[in-house]
Design a protein. Structure first.
Lengths: 318, 318
């Protein structure tokens, strides 16, 4: 099923994620036996966005499989913001809940800024998404406890793939609070020299070509083309873009490709931020799907266990 | 008294700081008339480090001059950490105190990690140094309220000197929590493309030479030499290094220089991280002293007023 025929080593995020989840099982069991209860994870889904519903279901299954006591709170799309905040407060105060994740995005009807208000309301010690400013600050200050799951997963993948970060030139394309900026801070903590590029960057290709480690987190399908990649570089593709134009899929993957066949079955295909031809230039590359995505959930489970352990050490409720 | 004879425009931080302080006076008076009390700043100095004593005295004088109700708490070097933390708690709870600054460093006898424990104990809303993780996180997330004073001062200086940040190549040398990292985040918020270099960076000179805006915050005298600077670049010198070797001063500034004459009077001289000859290459340059230093205090005063206004808006004590 892979359309990555090039020379680049394939960084198998799914396999690494599976390994991490296997390692977590005994650790979760050990916590449960010490604490007299399993780590608890509360998922909150507001509304009926189909993609969000799939994500939450997937997190629920994975958590349960790891031995975490997971409960999904599914609220109608008409739920007032105040009710979501009240639920978060109840979960903050609930001693059996170690991690709280409110699935983004919230319904548009809740108004701009609703997500930020909800994320800020989560007790920092239970913030397994790592979005609370206190956790973002701890990460920036090199004393991270709960890091955002996607960039934390990338670091774990690089580490377990023996890709040297110390002294490496790392270029991050994208500066979101959820991926780009925490990714840059984590790479900096690993002693990489880090450049953050974005829509205002004057010569993005020149920056990208300097990178030993190139992280693409722009949300634009096939944005990173071979000309933007240094031969032998490690390329991490964080993008998950649903493409509905058949011609683009044919152009990028070829007329006989498995991706195009999949498109013809489903009417859409998921494409990363990295053009498939980059595999001819890069030394190592994460596939999409099956690269960074599975690691994000594995890191959520690890954050939940970590939050549980930290709360137990502090003997606190929050 | 200047030893900056080159072509570079001199970015007069002292003049900008004086202008900011003048602007603050009516704003402080307006707050006092609305709130029925002036903004309050508590300074805490533990021990008798002479440089710290000078800094605290200078902050005290500047705050008072701006109309801020400032009180310095001077504690003996033998003060237990618990007593410092108790004082911070009292100041957190004191409704007349808007800003709390504990002068770094604390006495070595307090043990490693003492500063972090004390800084973390300051209520984020009163943290006028911007060191608390919640404030570091808000800064990283582009919704800063209280930014660390030195990098905030640099941004203000660039802005008021009409130096374009949007789309500029910015290179920050140094990755401290107090200067390097928040500096990078603030430049990113201004739409610069930002690279953070440090001791593990492979080819630091090559990075520095790419910079339209080069910020040196390494703490090594005359570290940035002309060969590391792109002709016409803006160079911001954050370093304040006391040098006691006469030969170095003579080498850097010349035998007839005012700096050397000053050295001969005092037995030491303050030198930035940037070699004086950089003035021949740079387009604009901050002097040391008289560049970034005075801005740091001006930003402390501005943070104190901002903290007071935010607390008043929230109607809260902390």
């Amino acid at each position: 099923m892979t359309d990555q025929p090039g020379a680049a080593r394939r960084l198998d995020g799914a396999a690494v994620a599976a390994a991490i989840r296997e390692e977590l099982k005994p650790a979760v069991a050990a916590f449960a036996s010490k604490a007299g209860r399993p780590p608890g994870l509360a998922l909150v889904l507001v509304g009926d966005d189909p993609a969000s519903a799939i994500y939450v279901r997937s997190k629920e299954t994975s958590a349960a499989d790891s031995g975490i006591a997971v409960r999904a709170h599914r609220l109608p799309s008409t739920t007032p913001l105040a009710d979501v905040l009240a639920l978060v407060e109840r979960l903050n105060a609930d001693g059996s809940v170690d991690g709280i994740l409110v699935q983004d995005p919230l319904p548009a009807a809740m108004g701009t800024g609703a997500s930020t208000r909800v994320f800020d309301a989560i007790a920092p010690g239970k913030d397994v998404d790592g979005f609370h400013p206190e956790n973002a600050g701890r990460l920036a200050q090199g004393r991270v406890t709960l890091a955002p799951c996607t960039p934390a997963g990338v670091i774990e993948l690089l580490r377990r793939s023996d890709i040297r970060m110390r002294g490496a030139e790392a270029v991050v394309i994208g500066r979101s609070d959820i991926v780009g900026k925490p990714m840059a801070m984590l790479l900096l903590s690993e002693d990489a020299t880090v450049t953050i590029c974005h829509s205002r960057t004057a010569d993005l290709a020149a920056h990208a070509r300097r990178a030993d480690i190139l992280v693409a987190a722009v949300g634009r399908p096939a944005f990173v083309i071979p000309d933007m990649v240094k031969p032998g570089a490690t390329v991490i593709d964080v993008g998950i873009n649903r493409v509905t134009e058949r011609a683009r899929i044919e152009e990028w993957f070829g007329s006989g490709s498995a991706r195009l066949a999949g498109f013809d079955q489903r009417g859409s295909a998921v494409v990363g931020d990295v053009h498939p031809a980059v595999a001819q230039v890069a030394g190592a590359l994460t596939p999409v799907p099956g690269g960074v995505g599975p690691l994000t959930i594995a890191m959520l489970l690890r954050n939940t266990l970590r939050a549980a352990e930290l709360r137990r050490q502090r003997g606190s409720n929050s």
